[in-house]
Design a protein around this ligand. Structure first.
Ligand code: AMP
Length: 117
């Protein structure tokens, strides 16, 4: 799937669409999800043109992807989620329920989430 430079997260990065940002640095931006699925629902995205989904990841993406995971854990801690826990989710494609084709990580917390199995 080619990267669409007008996808909603690309537009958020360019400041064309407002977002409730909770963190940003030169690699990542994190903002509150517009349709939260939990009391705290934050989306972490890489700047630039990342793979559209986890399916597009390559070996050379391991560095920034690892930093994104570490950053997400810090953001979750900053949001007060450490004590009771939280979930990190990365959706992929149709069966994964992905709706925005700019790789991203969800942080969900603030309530008891359903077990996966
Ligand atoms: P996914 O379904 O995994 O692709 O996640 C995309 C997420 O982006 C969904 O949870 C949407 O609610 C969220 N979203 C879409 N548009 C916006 C927006 N303008 N600001 C914040 N979150 C958004």
């Amino acid at each position: 799937m080619p990267y669409d430079p007008d996808n909603v997260f690309a537009r958020i990065l360019r400041g064309e669409i407002p977002s409730d940002r909770v963190y940003e640095d030169d690699e990542f931006v994190a903002f509150r999800d517009i349709a939260p699925q939990a009391p705290t629902h934050i989306v972490v995205i890489p700047r630039g043109v990342p793979p559209t989904s986890p399916a597009g990841l390559r070996d050379e993406d391991a560095g920034w992807l690892g930093r994104m995971l570490v950053r997400a854990s810090r953001i979750a801690a900053g949001a007060g989620l450490d004590a009771d826990g939280y979930r990190l989710v990365m959706n992929c494609g149709v069966h994964g329920g992905q709706s925005v084709a700019h790789l991203h990580l969800h942080i969900l917390g603030g309530r008891q989430l359903d077990r996966l199995g």
